[in-house]
Design a protein around this ligand. Sequence first.
Ligand code: PLP
Length: 408
Amino acid sequence: MTPTPARLDLAAIRSHFPSLSTGTAHFDGPGGTQTPDVVARAIHDTLVAPLSNRGSLTEAERNADLAVVRGRAALADLLGADPSGIVFGRSMTQLTMDFARTLAKRWGPGDEVVVTRLDHDANVRSWVLAARHVGATVRFADFDPETGELDPAEIARHLSPATRLVAVTAASNLIGTMPDVRAIADLVHAAGAQLFVDGVHYAAHAVVDVAAMGADYFACSPYKFLGPHCGAIHGRAELLEELEPDKLLPSPDRVPERFELGTLPYELLAGTAAAVDFLASLAPSPGTSRRERLVATMTALEAHEERLRDRIERAVLGLPGVTVHSRAARRTPTLLMTFAGSEPRAVQAFLAEHRINAPAGSFYAYEAARRLGLGEAGGLRIGLAPYVDDEDVDRLVEALRHFPFPRR
Ligand SMILES: Cc1ncc(COP(=O)(O)O)c(C=O)c1O
């Protein structure tokens, strides 16, 4: 029997977020979460302590080194991964562009790459551009706009002995769909190709286990899960060893440093470790390791967010002329909606007047928004984060009830 997930102490969690004292309810987590005091403090403390470049001789060197070692270890615990496969960078987009260029060095005409229309453009265009540069072919796998599902069989349809890589999201930042990545990984590997998984939206809402998922590469961004603005990719160490990214001559050639151009943002790595430690502290857990505590927190968070999503969804479905585009069987608590006769931007502005942040747009899910027939305007996106509570949901539901939707 699966144990009942622990309940989260929302008041205690919220007390760690200084920005919540403004009274704004934040349903904009999928764009970036609010920052806990412990994360801001770790960034501050790293910057005001002696700090230089990595080394072992001086305190300043050791502090820089420790920030990197701890940052990698923390993220590895969150992803169920090996710290030596964690590559840090400015953002998921920057890292994915870099990895795409590096991987493409081994492709040429006749090779194929598969991307999906469900993905954020960072996991589409990076591959399209890299493939174009070397004359490789890109194939687009589609999702069903009616159900929001991305069927592994649709990926299979595009696989062949020519396939070198498949890039797929673990969760759509637009409509929340969580495709069956494990099933996709099995198909991709059976075809002799590699799998690059965009976990930016997924990692904020679910337990990640990169090996169980079958991800050869897994990308995420700490600022989506209470951390600072940076990005990371986990690559299987043996794959990273084979790759030859463009790099400076004197910079380290070992993995993962080989992929990290220039000086790392030590303070952001310290902030990332603090965010992971904070997450690990949220749910009471009998586990002793940080990984076990993270699994307990993410399991509790999934249950909490599922309950709030259900409350919001029920209320929203009663609004006149609403279409909820988030429909997949397995999905994050991210609801994209449009309203007959009202622009999503107008609803966003109305909510903002009530100090409720829920943005409108297509959120760089360029292909997905078009496939849904929404274009650039997209929809209103309501997303959850660990600090969103029932009172926030009450306020959101109440405000939406007062929006002057045209009666049909
Ligand atoms: C699913 C998804 N992938 C990729 C990205 C890009 O991440 P970054 O801002 O770290 O480049 C985002 C950002 O919103 C996202 O939601």
